[in-house]
Design a binder for this molecule. Structure first.
Ligand SMILES: [Zn+2]
Length: 990
């Protein structure tokens, strides 16, 4: 037989495109359309429904950027359509080549009940009216601009309503009533499934040829001038090949209906509220039509938005949840970043996420759903377990540029040894459309073949695509058990994981962070958003600590509601496009304002509590919110003391100054560079001979793609050292340095503070596509360094022996990085930066802090303006010193007038055990909840002592649910902790 595959395949493509698909809607009549453009921000549904519109016709322009337009469509079904299925086709002007990211609509009946969403690939609404009856629908349409266009990553002013202008963005498409020919639509589904499967099969296998011949017979059967009349006969030609069952070894795919909706990204938070409502409406409608379909939605915050803002949608969602078909996924408040959130914040993502689903539905979700998060810190497994969860899903590591991850299903082991069953969907997308190509890719790509056979496919268009479509459901039905294809079943994530675990009793283990070899600049872009996060985390710690102390010691009221609300705000902003700095200007402008309001409210809570504790009097009471004793003030306590710190500052031979306080002697030269840091205790110089620290370095930074997200390795090829100083002077015991470069200026203040060299840096930043680093070469010989992460630290190599190590050329730290030779180390601590790099040259290790970038997409003005950072170099530091100084820099002491000393609510007799939270229990019982962890990576035996009468001590999970009784004697609790172990204790007051 001659090989005529190409001929038949090309014929299938043309006939589908030009004859069969158009025949799905063989007849149509236009609808009357009127539109009302809401002035300003979105209006309540009742207002939109009541508005009087003006007529508008297909082809007319509509939609100022970020505007809301209410369309009213009216018409009558022609009498001759009696007995036929009728749908409204409502095209707002969609670009079907993009599934989302553009205009969108939500269709309402005149009584305000939602029908379904309108999205680029989901433009139909089924009409139940009889012929002759009037049809009337309302559409709340959002004219969201396309930010990520073609070509991609172009700077645009459309990303903020304040700069976007008012020119209309869209042209209304067809607005019609049409006959829906179900037979033809089913034929389209048959032909698509078989055509796509055929293309994936080996050309020398019989199955491929069986499909080809069946398709050819079907095409021969179709009357191209009357597809509808011949569709059933054409389908009959395909029935045989469609009923041939899958091979016993076929890959099993659990399809989960899904719509990945970024809580903010190329749209502001307020638009996500509506995106979620539209998609949820689509999905509740699809669940009613398709009995096998299951949909999963993550991010408790998005559920809470529906409940608060769209009660009519919420009613449908809760009904579908009760039926087990609309399923909560993930158990987190949002799909957050996991590199940057601090220990407590990472824990609270689970506390607030899981609690929402437990309170609303009694569902305790055990799967963590983070398909799109930009890498996973090695502290996460313990947090997942401590929250009562046990499984993790992400597909993002498939985006890594350099290395291919060796597993799709494995146990992920964190810094403390906790292991979490983890799955990377081999379909490599969270927007699976059930195409034959995607399914075949999943089966081929699956790394655990031969040992396991199950994978998951998150299926549906996200981010304004409206979720799963009826076409995806139709395709899944055809590949449920089909020869040559993986077998697909709709099921919730929990059912998939149960099968996958049973399937794979001894999965391989991956130890340490799941580093994404991409998007490394998200640790630096939008510095103020990052500072807002860090500052809020520190303030929340203080607010809980001092409010709890004031409640126990002074009978003050604990601000449960305010803290709950503020936590949720901070958690929301840890979403994986907000904290990483990859959202439009609007989002970050609002985030800055929100963080300011958060700081103001938390400072007020702290101040109120401290004044209640400090008592009367006019002495100065010093409050220490850090976990360790500082200048005689115990962690979590306060004393009416004042210590005077002494630093000698003198001129240096050859220019510059010397700062000396007996614990540290620092030389700053005439260029304002630190040329010596001498540790008298160890009689050791910190810097390598001839090298200078506190060196600002400027690189060009224009990545190949994803400007706000990516820094590409070649940025390092070019560097300018900023060594010219306009001023190096003494100011109040500190050295002040001023420099300017490009259009920007820097002022630094260098101060000795005990064993720390504190460096305050103010940058007035007006660069474009540049990367500013602050470098500290150290005379330390080390193969690895430590970065603080959640509840501990992780090590990374200082060298680049392997491609895996070389790929980590920019990484995340929390409050410190630390490097050491046996017996002597150096820490660099910070108050708000996350990105850094560490390199080595022989026995020199160089820390570089990432201060600022200036990408132009998606925010063309990223980081322009004044920024302030605080860093400190700590010579002679152990890991324990790094932990302590990191807390000190982030939790400065507070001074309040009064006279009373405040005894801490809890004390621990071993500095290795760090108290990460002291608060009153969320159930408002008045119990004190304390969380602590072993912070140095060793074993700890310590005693935690309550500074108040205790009746009972209970160990709990992160949600403060009991997991076991704890022995105590008069409020003294013995603790035995393994490396990095965290423990949560609930202390019932006597
Ligand atoms: Zn995302």
């Amino acid at each position: 037989m001659h090989d005529d595959r190409n001929l038949v395949e090309a014929r299938l493509k043309r006939v589908l495109n030009e004859r069969v698909r158009p025949a799905v809607y063989p007849e149509s009549v236009p609808l009357e359309v009127a539109v009302w453009h809401a002035p300003g921000e979105p209006v309540p549904v009742t207002e939109g429904l009541a508005a009087t519109g003006t007529p508008i016709a297909p082809g007319a322009a509509w939609g100022a950027p970020w505007g809301t337009s209410w369309f009213t469509v009216t018409g009558t079904i022609p009498e001759e359509w009696a007995g036929r299925t009728v749908e409204a086709l409502l095209d707002l002007g969609f670009n079907e080549s993009m599934p989302g990211f553009q205009c969108e609509g939500l269709v309402y009946r005149p009584d305000g009940t939602p029908v379904k969403g309108l999205n680029p690939r989901n433009q139909w609404v089924r009409i139940d009216a009889e012929p002759g009856e009037p049809v009337r629908l309302h559409i709340e349409a959002a004219s969201n601009p396309v930010i990520l266009g073609d070509p991609p990553f172009q700077p645009t002013r459309l990303g903020d309503k304040e700069t976007a202008g008012t020119d209309p963005l869209y042209r209304l498409g067809r607005m019609e009533l049409a006959v829906f020919d179900e037979n033809v639509w089913q034929l389209v589904m048959d032909l698509e499934v078989l055509g796509e499967l055929m293309a994936e099969l080996p050309a020398d296998g019989a199955r491929r040829w069986e499909l080809l011949r069946a398709v050819e017979r079907a095409l021969d059967t179709i009357d191209l001038q009357d597809v509808g009349a011949t569709a059933a006969a054409a389908r009959a030609e395909l029935a045989g090949v469609l009923s041939s069952p899958a091979a016993p070894s076929a890959h099993r795919i659990s399809a989960v209906g899904h719509a990945h909706i970024d809580s903010a990204w190329l749209w502001p938070l307020r638009e996500t509220v509506r995106k979620v409502a539209r998609t949820a409406s689509n999905m509740t409608a699809l669940l009613e039509d398709e009995p096998d379909f299951v949909f999963a939605m993550s991010q408790a915050q998005q559920w809470a938005w529906i409940k608060e803002h769209r009660p009519e949608v919420w009613a449908k969602v809760t009904k579908a949840v009760a039926a087990g078909r609309f399923v909560p996924a993930g158990g987190m408040w949002v799909e957050s970043d996991t590199n940057m959130p601090g220990s407590e914040a990472m824990a609270r993502q689970f506390v607030h996420g899981k609690r929402f689903f437990i309170d609303e539905f009694g569902i305790d979700d055990e799967e963590v759903w983070l398909p799109d998060t930009f890498g996973f810190a090695a502290g996460l497994p313990q947090i997942i377990k401590a929250a009562g969860s046990k499984r993790l899903l992400t597909q993002k590591i498939s985006w890594s540029q350099t290395n291919v991850f060796p597993h799709h299903t494995f146990l992920w082991e964190g810094i403390d040894g906790t292991r979490i069953f983890t799955h990377f969907p081999p379909v490599d997308t969270y927007n699976c459309a059930m195409t034959g190509g995607e399914l075949a890719h999943a089966a081929r790509n699956f790394k655990d073949k031969g040992l396991a056979r199950h994978s998951l496919a998150p299926t549906g268009w996200g981010d304004g695509g409206g979720g799963t479509t009826r076409e995806m459901v139709a395709k899944a039905a055809r590949v449920r058990d089909l020869e040559g294809s993986p077998s697909v079943t709709w099921e919730p994530p929990a059912d998939f994981f149960a099968k996958a675990e049973a399937d794979y009793p001894h999965p391989p283990v991956w130890v340490g962070e799941l580093y994404l070899e991409l998007h490394r600049a998200t640790l630096t872009s939008q510095a103020k958003t990052k500072q807002g996060n860090r500052r809020s985390e520190s303030l929340l710690r203080e607010a809980e600590l001092w409010a709890a102390t004031a409640a126990v010691r002074a009978g003050a009221t604990y601000p449960y509601e305010r803290l709950d609300r503020i936590w949720k705000t901070v958690l929301l902003h840890q979403f994986h496009d907000i904290l990483p700095g990859s959202s439009i200007a609007w989002v970050h402008r609002e985030a800055r304002r929100t963080y300011e309001a958060v700081a103001e409210e938390l400072n007020e809570i702290i101040d109120t509590a401290q004044r209640a504790l400090a008592g009367d009097g006019d002495r100065v009471v010093v409050f220490n919110g850090a976990p360790h004793t500082r200048d005689g003030v115990p962690g979590g306590g306060a004393l009416a003391v004042s210590g005077v710190r002494w630093t000698e500052a003198r001129e240096r031979d050859g220019g510059g100054f010397v700062l000396d306080n007996d614990q540290l002697r620092v030389e700053i030269d005439a260029r304002g560079l630190v040329v010596s840091v001498y540790d008298p205790q160890a009689d050791r110089e910190t810097l390598p001979p001839g090298q200078a620290a506190n060196l600002l370095q400027l690189h060009p930074d224009f990545p190949n793609k994803w400007d706000a997200w990516d820094v590409d390795r070649f940025y390092r090829n070019t560097v300018t050292d900023l060594v010219d100083a306009e001023e190096v002077s003494l100011a109040d015991g500190s050295v002040r340095i001023r420099r300017s470069f490009g259009a920007s200026a820097v002022t630094q203040l260098l101060t000795l503070s005990g064993r720390r060299l504190d460096i305050e840096t103010e940058v007035d930043w007006h660069e474009t596509e540049k990367f500013l680093k602050l470098a500290f070469p150290l005379d330390v010989h080390a193969d690895r360094y430590a970065s603080e992460s959640q509840f501990g630290h992780a090590f990374r190599a200082t060298h680049t022996n392997t491609s895996w190590e070389a790929a980590k050329f920019e990484a995340c730290n929390h409050r410190f990085v630390h490097v050491e030779e046996p017996g002597w180390g150096v820490a660099l601590v910070n108050d708000s930066t996350y990105g850094h790099d560490v390199t080595r040259t022989g026995s020199t290790t160089t820390f570089r802090v990432s201060l600022l970038r200036a990408p132009r997409f998606p925010d063309p003005e990223t980081d322009q303006g004044v920024h302030r950072f605080r860093h400190a170099l700590v010579p002679g530091a152990t890991i324990g010193d790094a932990v302590r100084e990191g807390h000190f820099v982030n939790l400065p002491e507070r001074r309040v007038p009064g006279s009373a000393a405040v005894e801490p609510l809890v004390g621990v007799d071993d500095d290795a055990v760090v108290v990460s939270a002291v608060k009153l229990a969320d159930d408002e019982s008045g119990d004190v909840v304390v969380r602590c962890y072993e912070s140095r990576g060793g074993r700890a035996r310590a005693t935690l002592t309550a500074g108040f009468p205790v009746a009972e001590v209970v160990a709990t999970d992160l949600l403060e649910r009991p997991v076991g009784e704890v022995r105590h004697e008069g409020g003294a609790v013995p603790l035995t902790l393994r490396p990095f172990e965290l423990v949560t204790l609930r202390l019932k007051r006597a």
